[in-house]
Design a protein around this ligand. Sequence first.
Ligand code: IDC
Length: 519
Amino acid sequence: MASHAQGNKKGRVKRIAVAAVALAALVGVGVALAVAAANTEEPDYSGLAVEGETSLPQPPKVSSDEGDAEATAPDPAPAAEEPAEPTRPLASPSTTGALHVEGAHLVDAAGNPVQLRGVSTHGLAWYPQYVNEEFFRELKQDWGANVVRLALYSAEEGGYATDASRTALNEQVLKGVEYATKADMYVVVDWHNLTDGNPQTNQWAAAEFFRVMSRDLAQHDNVIYEICNEPNGDTTWADVKAYAAEIIPIIRANDPDAVIVVGTPTWSQDIQDAAADPIAESNIMYTLHFYAATHQADLRERLRTAVEGGLPVFVTEFGICEASGDGKVDYDSADAWLELMDELDVSYICWNLSNKKEASALFKPKCKKASGFALSDLSDAGLWLVDALGGPGFNAKDVMLARADKKSNKAGAAMMAFSSDTIQWQLNVADKWKEDGRTFFKYDMAGSNYSAATEKWSVTIPFNEDISVEDSWNCEVSVDGNELTVSNDAHNGTVGAGDTVGNVGFIVSGTGKLAVVDL
Ligand code: IDC
């Protein structure tokens, strides 16, 4: 099963994993297809794979040491019975107001924990186009983000302390805050030190920047100040504290209650140093950054220990790829991070809003838009993020399909599916041909009932695009866009325990790109 089959939202992941593991254990082949319980309104895919040019796999055997088939048969479609996870309404400035810090948590005025979840710009000097009113509204309303981070590099080409027009950069940040405010989002103003490893290096510029920002933004309850992105090199926590001791009072002079986030040594990983010697001020949080393919269980453990020990930690930046901002993505690690941050109510912000050719960029390089993004504009990281945020602008099923691997559905390929709780189906691509610019697939299906007798059954098979049914036999078929649902006909709904049902099949057609999908 493709690794990112586990990359969907939590509840779904667990269901998929259960079904897939049970299936793999039973049949010993790495194939799985859509699962749809009869009468379930929305099909729950358990993953679908095409196993090369194999012949139809043999019916699964229940080994004797597994005992009675009825007792041990997997429940392939628990989704229908599972209660939905309770969802907390998205915290927004208009409802949760000014935030402050209590113990390990960011909280609203009533002391309820608030989790911010959102995205970070890339360097504002390099990718300013994404800071626009329409897109920020879209981030909130469609993506389900409630925070945006404005990353202002201090050094590097275009950096505030190097060669940039400071006035222009200040205006860019103020515009970003204005758009975030109009979109009813929180906004993090990030002094993005990086190559200037020790924030003290350009402290004079940070002092100037935060003096101007806190003056101009003092009335904005939704602004959070991040005073140093990532101390690194040989910078110690004592250095950071000394820097913070200069910058925090500058902000507090204008904005006494604002939440201020402080970076930690080693690219904002050494939160244990902050825990050992915290800043004796109110409304301070500490930064942890991670890149999921690089930073794994040990850093997650560090986060848990710190938060459970009472340290208020904010993940103001993370990526699901390597720490370079590029390389491979690690969905398993990303999902483990997400689960932990949700469990601990830790706020998080994903790097980065750009179409740069790097794995952390949320848009595909060829996407030149600055708003109005469709799923097809998003990179793998972008798709993962919209899946994680679960905003209303993207249909969850479309996101799932967009994240799926597409398989070339060649004649001879075999797949497996569950249906109706108890029947496992084997599907075989009996034939494939092209005619008048369309591609046709002929499928044979055979099912084995490993549990209680059924009176009816149905199985839903997802394709990567809309399909038409050309023919079918010994079944009823219905099409909903890209999904084909195959159900029993009048004669073969009853399948006794241990019995099989066969000679079922259909022909579908689509464009030359038609393929089944591996979810
Ligand atoms: C990276 C960008 C990349 C840029 C580089 C240097 O993704 O396009 O060339 O910075 O400016 C961080 C930093 C963040 C990095 C990111 C990925 O906060 O600026 O962005 N990263 O390397 N810390 C860990 C990883």
